[in-house]
Write a protein that binds this ligand. Structure first.
Ligand SMILES: NC(=O)c1ccc[n+]([C@@H]2O[C@H](COP(=O)([O-])OP(=O)(O)OC[C@H]3O[C@@H](n4cnc5c(N)ncnc54)[C@H](OP(=O)(O)O)[C@@H]3O)[C@@H](O)[C@H]2O)c1
Length: 319
């Protein structure tokens, strides 16, 4: 039986190319997207180009826990198992003002952290039935900011406590959310290990962004991102990383790892490195910040996610 792959945000960028690649491999692909009109065209293109008719489109807004619940319920009604779950969608609207989702959670964290956590938990039982099941989280080299020992996740701002007089930056929230996603990867890998579900993350260090993505940025950020885009490779490179991490026999026993774009398993940096080591850690691609393994912060993060999920908790077991 062919593998079933769910990719969130697969109507654009890396997720879209990854959907093509999995389709070419003969997988059954579920495009989990929020804009059905735009995504329908992409779905049709993929079907036409690859001649794979098993490309499905299902609606989900990853910032809305209710929408995730509805998606998962429908998924379970239609599919018996899940082999690959890729949390690719992200809120990257640099320059935008502070925004909350309908549960009063800051939108970047709701979309990039709590949404993936909640979806993974609900789909855990179908993943268990998958063949060598794996979850892949799309992180970013922006987590390198955490090499600065003063950098930390500002939990105090995530549940709508932020007041208009305080400075707010989506860029900072995005950076913290991508670190939180790495921490979540390590946590879920341990939690799901007994069930044979692997959980890994990819540190993406640049992929050319589409006009639609850049249009979500405010002018200043858009101009900066356009300039950066010139140096970024097309999304194919990272999409290939998604496919390789999820399908290559090389990674069949790998779980709880953060990988770089060379598909090397990254290692934790030293807490107090020598100056030489510090330079090596900052400039090299093999190290992730020590902070990612901070158990106290991880505990706080899990408590944060679980507290938000409490009203939805019953659904996790009954859906
Ligand atoms: N490109 C880079 O340089 C880079 C660098 C580091 C990390 N990454 C990571 O790589 C992943 C893919 O990024 P990309 O460059 O391919 O960006 P992209 O083309 O903008 O793709 C992001 C996707 O996420 C979807 N999305 C956003 N919010 C959503 C929501 N609430 N519910 C459902 N879908 C939602 C978008 O859908 P809509 O079209 O409906 O908005 C879009 O399909 C992201 O996780 C990003 O953080 C990218």
């Amino acid at each position: 039986m062919s593998k079933v792959v769910v990719i969130t945000g697969s109507n654009s960028g890396i997720g879209r190319v990854a959907a093509y690649k999995f389709a070419e491999l003969g997988c059954e692909v579920v495009m989990a997207c929020r804009d059905m009109e735009r995504s329908k065209q992409i779905q049709e293109e993929i079907i036409q180009t690859t001649n794979n008719r098993h490309i499905h489109l299902m609606q989900v807004d990853m910032s809305s826990f209710n929408s995730i619940k509805v998606f998962c319920k429908e998924y379970k009604a239609r599919f018996n198992k899940l082999d690959i779950l890729i949390h690719n969608a992200a809120y990257i609207n640099h320059g935008s003002p502070h925004r909350l989702n309908s549960d009063n959670i800051e939108l970047t964290f709701a979309t990039n952290v709590v949404g993936p956590f909640y979806m993974s938990e609900i789909l855990r039982d179908v993943l268990k039935r998958g063949e060598k099941p794996v979850i892949l989280n799309a992180s970013s080299n922006i987590v390198k900011h955490f090499f600065d020992p003063k950098k930390h996740i500002h939990f105090e701002h995530l549940k709508g406590e932020w007041s208009a007089s305080e400075p707010f930056s989506v860029y900072k929230q995005y950076c913290e959310s991508k670190m939180a996603l790495v921490m979540l990867t390590f946590y879920l890998a341990e939690k799901y290990k007994e069930e044979g579900i692997r959980v890994n993350a990819l540190q993406i260090n640049g992929a050319r962004m589409s006009r639609e993505t850049l249009d979500k940025f405010t002018l200043k950020w858009r101009l900066a991102a356009r300039a950066q885009n010139v140096f970024f490779p097309p999304p194919e490179k990272m999409a290939k990383c998604y496919v390789d991490i999820c399908t290559s026999s090389r990674f069949k026993d790998v779980t709880g790892s953060l990988m770089n774009d060379k598909l090397e398993l990254m290692v934790r940096a030293d807490e107090e490195p020598s100056v030489f080591k510090q330079v090596k850690q900052l400039t090299g691609s093999q190290y992730y910040p020590y902070y990612a393994d901070n158990q106290e912060v991880r505990k706080k993060l899990i408590e944060f996610c679980e507290s938000i999920m409490t009203p939805y908790q019953q659904d996790v077991s009954t859906l």
